[in-house]
Design a protein around this ligand. Structure first.
Ligand SMILES: NC(=O)c1ccc[n+]([C@@H]2O[C@H](COP(=O)([O-])OP(=O)(O)OC[C@H]3O[C@@H](n4cnc5c(N)ncnc54)[C@H](O)[C@@H]3O)[C@@H](O)[C@H]2O)c1
Length: 291
């Protein structure tokens, strides 16, 4: 159902690779709500993915930009303002990638060149987007900028690797820049901490299938889907949330406030290796006890 919440608003949406991408769903919802926007992704993603197809469906253009390149971002903001006929009202940063995760490097054996790339792509790029936008005065008063995060920024999740550090930095940038941009131009900056979601980036997380099942059992409302995340993004881009800024907003069905649920406990009990009455768990696998 559409409410015309974004009628007359202009945006830039980063990170729609294919129909599974959270950014793809945000673009579809923003379009339904009356927004006009440009899409952006890297050259490789545009060649390998379906961004052009989405652009056609949303009656817009896809502009190539590597979000780690200030020059590309300057060009993107300038071109977007030209195509859309004015300044920007909302931006979605839906970008994440870790070469350490991709190459299967353990967190205790990180490649530091890869770590630098993880942080640049997944977090510092958010600062670059904001700094470029501010220098170009590209965002309207009361504009809204949202980046996507994950609860591994606050708590340790097996297998999330250096992306946890990137998300912690991303959330900090939202607060630090939110102060400056809010005070000067009333621009609000938030992160949404989304449930695990089956996307191209999501499927790179070690044990994503089990993680999805675990968080589904732990969350009283169940996992939040990509479509539901898109709904939430639309409210944050709209004028209905004008005083929300510098927040990390959990969109996870209640997961982040849970300790243990009955559904998870029951499943855990089923999984215990020892079914005698001694209460011992399955023996520790020596090779993987520190994974
Ligand atoms: N899928 C999940 O479980 C989940 C949960 C919480 C948060 N998130 C976050 O949501 C965001 C979107 O991820 P997704 O799950 O939709 O996966 P996705 O793979 O569809 O999207 C990731 C996007 O990042 C883009 N990207 C990578 N390097 C880039 C660069 N240098 N410049 C510009 N774009 C670049 C990719 O091309 C891709 O479009 C990410 O920040 C991710 O960490 C995902």
């Amino acid at each position: 159902m559409a409410y015309n919440l974004l009628k007359g608003k202009k945006g830039i949406i980063f990170g729609a690779l294919n129909a599974d991408s959270i950014a793809w769903k945000v673009a579809q919802r923003a379009f339904e709500e009356g927004a006009i926007f440009t899409l952006s992704n890297t050259g490789v993603a545009m060649r390998m993915g379906d961004t052009a197809q989405l652009a056609e469906a949303c009656n817009t253009v896809a502009i190539e930009a590597d979000a780690t390149s200030v020059e590309d971002l300057e060009n993107l903001f300038k071109q977007s303002m030209e195509v859309l006929g004015g300044k920007i009202d909302f931006v979605l940063h839906s970008i994440g990638m870790s070469p350490n995760v991709r190459k299967g490097r353990h967190y205790s054996d990180l490649d530091y060149n890869y770590l630098t790339k993880t942080l640049d792509i997944s977090a510092v790029s958010f600062h670059k987007v904001l700094q470029v936008a501010r220098k170009l005065d590209a965002i309207n008063q009361w504009g809204s900028v949202v980046a996507l995060s994950y609860v591994a920024a606050q708590r340790t999740f097996y297998g999330y690797n250096d992306m946890a550090d990137a998300k912690a930095l991303l959330e900090s940038i939202a607060r630090s820049f939110g102060y400056i941009y809010g005070r000067e131009r009333n621009v609000r900056i938030n992160t949404i901490s989304q449930s695990p979601t089956m996307t191209t980036a999501g499927s790179g997380v070690k044990g994503i299938g089990q993680l999805l099942d675990f968080s589904e059992r732990m969350s009283p409302l169940g996992n939040a889907t990509g479509d539901e995340c898109a709904d939430y993004c639309v409210t944050l881009f709209s004028d209905l949330t004008r005083k929300v800024t510098m927040q990390n907003l959990f969109h996870d069905g209640g997961f982040s406030s849970m300790g243990m649920s009955m559904r998870a406990l029951l499943q855990y009990e089923k999984g215990l290796g020892c079914d005698c009455e001694c209460g011992d768990e399955e023996p520790i696998d020596e090779d993987h006890k520190y994974d």
